[in-house]
Design a binder for this molecule. Structure first.
Ligand SMILES: [Zn+2]
Length: 117
């Protein structure tokens, strides 16, 4: 086993852990995203406006979380297919620094900036 494949399996493990964390967070906050109307009795001291604001924030967080889940899942898939580290748009290698900042990044800096294609 080469160093690179060891790095990749460690990375895959950390991505899987991140995925599980995201899914767990999604489940534990599901209550906050329920429609306010159906939840009047349990709102307690919160005013309806506050409750709606909490719900809106929870929905926004959940949208971001879904986006991240998709990116992490795609990165794991690319690892499994031996495509990890290569730009999905142009096939060039993605700079190691860029992957360090965000291991789920799928495009090289050139494609990400829209300078090509
Ligand atoms: Zn590219």
């Amino acid at each position: 086993m080469t160093d690179a494949s060891q790095d990749l399996s460690a990375l895959r493990a950390s991505l899987v852990a991140r995925l599980e964390g995201l899914r767990a967070a999604s489940e534990t906050t599901a209550e906050n995203r329920r429609p306010v109307e159906l939840d009047q009795t349990s709102v307690g001291r919160l005013s309806r406006m506050d409750a709606m604001q909490v719900q809106a924030m929870a929905l926004a967080t959940e949208r971001r979380r879904h986006e991240e889940v998709r990116r992490v899942e795609a990165a794991i898939k690319r690892i499994d297919e031996g495509e990890y580290g290569y730009c999905i748009a142009c096939g060039e290698e993605i700079a190691a620094k860029r992957l360090e900042v965000d291991p789920t990044v799928a495009t090289c800096i050139v494609c990400a900036s829209g300078a090509r294609g």
